[in-house]
Each structure stands twice: as C-alpha cells, then as structure tokens.
Design a protein around this ligand. Sequence first.
Ligand code: PLP
Length: 369
Amino acid sequence: MTQHIPTWLERAVIQTASLHPYIPGKSLQQLLRETGLSKAVKLASNENPYGAAPAVITAMQQACTASHRYPDGDSTALKNALAEHHDVNPDRILLGNGSNEVLELLIRCFADHQTQVVYSRRAFIVYALATVAAGAHGVAVEDDANLGHDLSAMLAAVTQYTRIVCIANPNNPTGTLLDNADIQAFLDALPRNVVVIVDEAYHEYVIETHADSVAYLYHPGLVITRTFSKAYGLAGCRIGYGIGNAELIACANRYREPFNVNSIAQAGALAALDEQLWMQTHVTKALFERDNLEDALQQRGLLLAHSHGNFVLLRHKEAVNIHALMEQQGMILRPLVPYAMADVLRVSVGTSKENAAFLDALDHVLSTL
Ligand SMILES: Cc1ncc(COP(=O)(O)O)c(C=O)c1O
C-alpha cells in the first residue's frame, strides 16, 4: 500500500486552503511585457497620479542616506506629529506597513476560529482575506440597494461571537459614503465590547464631510484607519495608521513586527503632514478630473453610480471583455469580478492626459464590440 505523502497545503494551518492571495492591479511592467507595447497607463489601484510633494521626496532621499540603520521601531517623531495633527495622545496611534497592515494587526489580535468578523459583502476585500487568515469566521452582510453598507442589516448580524465590525467610508470598490451621524447611531447601538474599524483610506477625497470623524465618532472599540497611500501619494512606501483607544491599540501593537514601518516611509509621511496645502490642491484636481470622468461615462450611458473616492465605476454587460481589450490599448483597469460585479470596471482617476487617453481608448474599444 502506498503511503500518502501530505502536500504542503495539507500541512499548512487549516485556513490556508480557503485563503486566496489578494489580486492587485496589474503593474505597468507586466502589461508592457505581455503586450509588447512601449507605454501604458495604470488606472487600477487608486493611486495618486500626481505623486508626493517635492519636499516629501527630498525628505525620503535624505532618509535613504541612513538606510543602513534600522528605523525607529516606535516611529516616535511621526506618531507625535500625527497625535498633534489629530489632537489625540500618541499612545492612541497604531502605525502599519500600509493601513492594510493595521487592519490585519487588529483582526489577528481580536478574531480567532471561535469568533466572527462582520463586514459588508462589497466592502474592501482585505477584511474578508484577513479574517480567513486569522482563522475567524467572516459574516458578509448584503449591501443596500445603492451598493452601500446596510448598517441595520450589519447591526442585526452582530452576535455574541462578533469581535470586529469593519466599515469602509468611502467604500472601495463601490465608492459609497456613509454620513458620520448614521455611523454614530450605528456605534451607539453596537455592544460596547466589539472592535469597530472605520476604514477611511479615501477620507481626504470627501469634501462633503461636515465633521472630522476622529473628533466626532465615539465607541470604546472604535479604530479609525487612514493612509498615506492615496491623497498623500505614498502608496509605494506602504504607510498607514489607526487611531483608537490606547489600551486597545497597545494590544494590537503586540502583533507588530519590530520594525514594521521603514525609515523612508516614516520620513516621507512626516514631511507629507506638513504639505497639507499641496495635498489639498491635488485632491481638488483629482476631484475635478473624477467629476469630468463621471460626466463622460454618464454621456455614454456607462456610469454605475457616483463615487466618493479617487475612482469611477463603469458598467457594461461586456465589462470583462472591455477590460481585456483596454489592456491591449495599454490601459490597466480593475475588473470587479472578485466583488461579484462582473459587469463593472473600476477606473482610478489619472491626470487629465491619462483620463483623456482612457476615454479615447474606451471609445475605440466600444466601437469594436
Ligand atoms: C478601503 C481601503 N482600505 C485600505 C486600503 C489599504 O491601503 P494601504 O495599505 O495602501 O494603506 C485600501 C487600498 O486600496 C482601500 O481601498
């Protein structure tokens, strides 16, 4: 009788079998390799096409000269600057290798195989992935008729096993926005011992917000996450943070790697906080471009809904086909198949030149269907 030799997947911890790697937007290099084109435009990862402020680049270049040293493991200078920026104590801040890591640290710290994490079915997919990775049970709540978070249904889904509730505001990929007053009413109705992540990766693009969520929202388990990847233009550096109750943050900090935020990212983020005017000027440009893109999609009968992020949503029954044909034109977009929206493509807002090139390529592709 032949002996069964277990595969590595069988040897891996049980949740590995249900874990699928996050599929990022295709890189420019990959598309150029695949198509043989000499140039391409990436509108697939909601990056900031204008880049970081010049003073931020200079600060990072200077930090490179000390890159033979480990970074400050506590990111003291940055934490203090963020504390001042948000008017909170530094011990309420958790820094991560992207806000993605902050989400993962919180989920690993509070959820396990006996517990549940509640999120909206079409919310940022990392909540589901991090939940599976932690061996916990994800409860994906159906979104409302407008693809937004259905807070009443999410509240109804909370049980004695729920440890974490995740909300993305604005949400990626649906671009929906919740009012802070509605979030606060939801927080008031939630049990006090649940961790609530309010993920505000696109916060800076929301000009409708009347109150700053950090000052306005309250719940003992609330952690608001923000990132330097989007409006601050530091996606490649990987740096983000969460603000929550100091004791809760101290628990999550135990899961942090010793030097999880590199020194170049710390220097860049610190300098970026001083470049508010630059950041806001470029956010205004991006919003102008976003609204133009939405108008253009609307005129073509392709706009799914208004987005509150730095991306727009294109709906067409042949979206998957359009995605492939656009790649042949050197345009990298993001299909929303993993979110069960096979007829939708997410298009990040680029520079005006990139957006014009996108519309030209789109018109060409549509004419060939
Ligand atoms: C809603 C949302 N949250 C968090 C993230 C993670 O961003 P980062 O890890 O770059 O801070 C993203 C990235 O696209 C996002 O869309």
